[in-house]
Design a protein around this ligand. Structure first.
Ligand code: HEM
Length: 183
């Protein structure tokens, strides 16, 4: 009898803990912006930003911060999921229409992967990034106000080279979550 009660107690604890855990998971991000089939979720935690980008594609999804013109000078992170494995890259907008890994330009990769899935034709990547990495190939991310945010996804092909099937530019206030779709 005592043993049964003990087991029920353990079971109760497991249910409680997993309940709390899933609530924490659901509230992992403070804000969301969405344009058509791509969404960007974020939460600022001290001097880093935790990000989730999810889109209706089996190919890559990406985000870019604060370009000077089109894609030029943007601080990009791109990722895709192949056979359950997430590939992620910290890139820099080399020109209005091209980007390269920071590490290939003499900079550093500052992205920290925290998750990623591809399910039912939806690819999701999750990562953290420093607001101010110090790398000259990362434009600063302004946690207290407006940023230009580029969101894009490729077609079905896994890899970093396929051009976007969809791209958009938004002005996003990372502190309040207010945003305006620019393009
Ligand atoms: C993966 C390889 C990529 C290639 C080959 C590529 C190529 C290009 C080219 C040729 C243009 C100019 C023509 C056009 O407007 O379509 C362009 C514009 C643009 N790209 Fe990319 N791109 C890539 C990745 C990305 C990523 C990862 C993002 C954002 C996360 C992005 C966001 C944009 C945006 C927002 C524009 C329009 C900019 C404007 O008109 O102001 N691109 N891209």
């Amino acid at each position: 009898m005592k043993c049964k009660r003990f087991m029920l107690g353990i079971l109760g604890c497991v249910v409680l803990v997993s309940g709390i855990f899933s609530t924490v998971q659901a509230k992992e991000y403070d804000h969301e912006v969405k344009n058509k089939k791509i969404s960007f979720f974020w939460k600022v935690q001290g001097d880093i930003i935790a990000i989730k980008v999810t889109a209706e594609t089996k190919g890559w999804v990406g985000i870019g911060f604060n370009p000077s013109k089109k894609m030029k000078d943007a601080n990009f992170v791109l990722g895709y999921v192949k056979n359950g494995k997430v590939e992620i890259r910290d890139d820099f907008g080399k020109s209005k229409t091209s980007h390269k890994p920071d590490s290939k330009l003499g900079g550093t990769s500052d992205v920290v992967l925290t998750g990623g899935t591809e399910k039912g034709g939806i690819t999701t990547i999750e990562f953290t990034f420093p607001l101010k990495s110090g790398d000259k190939y990362d434009s600063e991310i302004n946690a207290n106000g407006d940023n230009i945010v580029l969101l894009a996804y490729g077609s079905g092909r896994d890899g970093f080279t396929a051009r976007h099937k969809f791209r958009t530019a938004l002005r996003v206030n990372l502190a309040t979550g207010d945003f305006k779709i620019l393009k």
